[in-house]
Design a protein around this ligand. Structure first.
Ligand code: SF4
Length: 485
């Protein structure tokens, strides 16, 4: 399957979004809406599982977008019940880059005490060794997804009920996991001990919802109650929420890149709107890296709040120098070679009248391979810009993510192979500057910046300091950061 569009090829991609609801009529409608709001977290495939007292468990999985699969009355009739969970996916483990139907979540398992479905956002860093061990002990895997390990571990547990079995299974799992699961009557949510990936709780009428982000609560009219805590497991029924802490206490290390790029700007993270944080990032970027120019332009859409912040801080006017074609979906045309070669022009167009003769600051959220940045720079120069200055709202991305974000191998990351000056020359721009890691920490609310002895966030893709050792990858030859680096 080709990438969702040629432009997205040069971005880190969030892997999955999860959603669940209990205690509502027609749960599947709520799940579909929630998944639709989380579509930015995964566009390759989606699935919904529900339970109804009369018909039992129902499940539907489809390739493609929620709006193309889970909107018809006929589909919703196949998913009856007052409890349901769902998942949208972009594959990071399993059949990477080419989702197979058997890897589409939620996964379902039948246990002696009843069925359970589970959907997972993140990445299990010891999945290979767990899988090997489970296969040796007789487990038969149906998919190539690391999340299936959890179902097999639950099957082997002696726990008396499904939440107990899930607790026991998750204690053996390492890495990043925000999980939404369900039994016939219980909705279960759990975050890994470091809380790397997000998970929030909402209230809707007499029912409850769990979601990767608050924007998915908004769409169904649910009230945001709170974030699930790192290392917390909640078991939610129509009667209320029971909270457990099954893991050894640990210092939280939420993914700092959620603030920069992955989460939707209208979501709330850590008590603040993502939009506001991104504007702060732009302000910090302007303080750290000023430059004389005529216009501040975002690379749409993800660079927009940071560009506004940069403009407010610097006093340089903000302008929409690049216009995004909102309707360039994957269904527009088959991406043949000649069309794909048009690359970023399919998605973005320069506002020539505005750009001609101007010194332009372009604000983008990140530089991954640098291929898109080069094309955008060419487009801006073709339109007659006098100077092009790139300002990047994240530090140089030098290391791959092993916690559920699709990253190229290290040698494909521009910042892993070049210095900042070399990158500037490679991109052919007048200047290139990144926000510092300390500046990013300040922008997300850590007034003193990053504490090197106890960082408040996961920032491994910038620092190379992995809060959970990526054991499977190390076994496969990944070279972790050395003391000298
Ligand atoms: S490595 Fe980067 S993208 Fe991955 S969880 Fe950590 S901060 Fe987020």
């Amino acid at each position: 399957m080709p990438p969702a569009d040629p432009f997205d090829d040069d971005k880190l991609r969030e892997e999955c979004g999860v959603f669940g609801v209990v205690g509502v009529t027609d749960a599947s409608n709520f799940v579909a809406l929630g998944l639709h709001a989380l579509q930015h977290r995964g566009q390759e495939a989606g699935g919904i599982v529900t339970h109804d007292v009369e018909t039992g468990f129902s499940q539907q999985r489809r390739m493609g977008l929620v709006r193309d699969n889970f909107t018809s009355a006929a589909m919703m009739e196949r998913l009856p019940g007052t409890i349901g969970i769902g998942h949208v996916r972009y594959s990071t483990a399993g059949s990477k880059g080419q989702t197979a139907m058997r890897d589409v979540q939620p996964f379902f398992g039948e246990f002696s005490m009843g069925g359970a479905a589970i959907a997972h956002n993140g990445n299990i860093t010891n999945a290979l060794s767990l899988r090997r061990e489970l296969i040796e002990r007789g487990s038969i895997f149906q998919s190539s997804s690391d999340s299936e390990c959890i179902i097999h571990l639950m099957a082997r547990s002696m726990g008396r009920n499904i939440p107990d079995r899930m607790e026991e299974a998750l204690r053996k799992v390492e890495g990043a996991f925000s999980i939404v699961a369900m039994t016939r009557t219980k909705l279960i949510g759990c975050r890994d001990p470091l809380g790397v990936r997000p998970l929030v709780l909402g209230k809707i009428g007499d029912g409850w919802a769990l979601a990767s982000e608050t924007c998915a609560l908004d769409i169904i009219g649910a009230e945001f109650v709170r974030e699930i805590e790192p290392g917390e497991m909640v078991v939610v029924t129509e009667k209320g929420v029971a909270s457990h802490f099954p893991f050894r206490p640990n210092r939280a290390r939420f993914c700092i890149f959620e603030h920069v790029y992955f989460s939707r700007p209208d979501s709330i993270l850590g008590g603040r709107s993502v939009y506001e944080t991104r504007e702060n990032i732009g302000r910090e970027l302007a303080k750290e890296n000023p430059v004389d120019a005529d216009l501040v332009c975002p690379v749409p859409d993800s660079g927009t709040p940071a560009a506004i912040g940069y403009s407010l801080e610097s006093g340089i006017p903000y302008a929409m120098g690049i216009i995004r074609n909102q309707y360039m979906g994957r269904t527009f045309i088959e991406p043949t070679e000649s069309i794909r070669n048009m690359g970023v022009r399919l998605k973005l167009n320069v506002n020539r009248a505005l750009i001609k003769g101007k010194r332009v600051i372009l604000v983008d959220d990140s530089v991954v391979r640098g291929t898109t940045s080069r094309k955008i720079k060419e487009m801006i120069l073709d339109a007659g810009a006098a100077e092009v200055h790139f300002r990047i709202a994240s530090p140089p991305t030098q290391w791959p993510c092993f916690y559920g974000v699709d990253t190229p191998q290290r040698d494909k990351l521009l910042a892993a192979t070049m210095t900042e000056d070399e990158m500037r020359d490679h991109l052919g721009v007048d200047s290139l500057k990144f926000i510092s890691l300390n500046g990013l920490y300040r922008a997300v609310g850590e007034a003193k910046g990053r504490d090197p002895n106890a960082p408040a966030y996961c920032d491994a893709c910038f620092s190379g300091e992995y809060p959970v050792a990526p054991s499977d990858m190390i076994e496969q030859g990944f070279q972790a950061k050395t003391a000298a680096e």
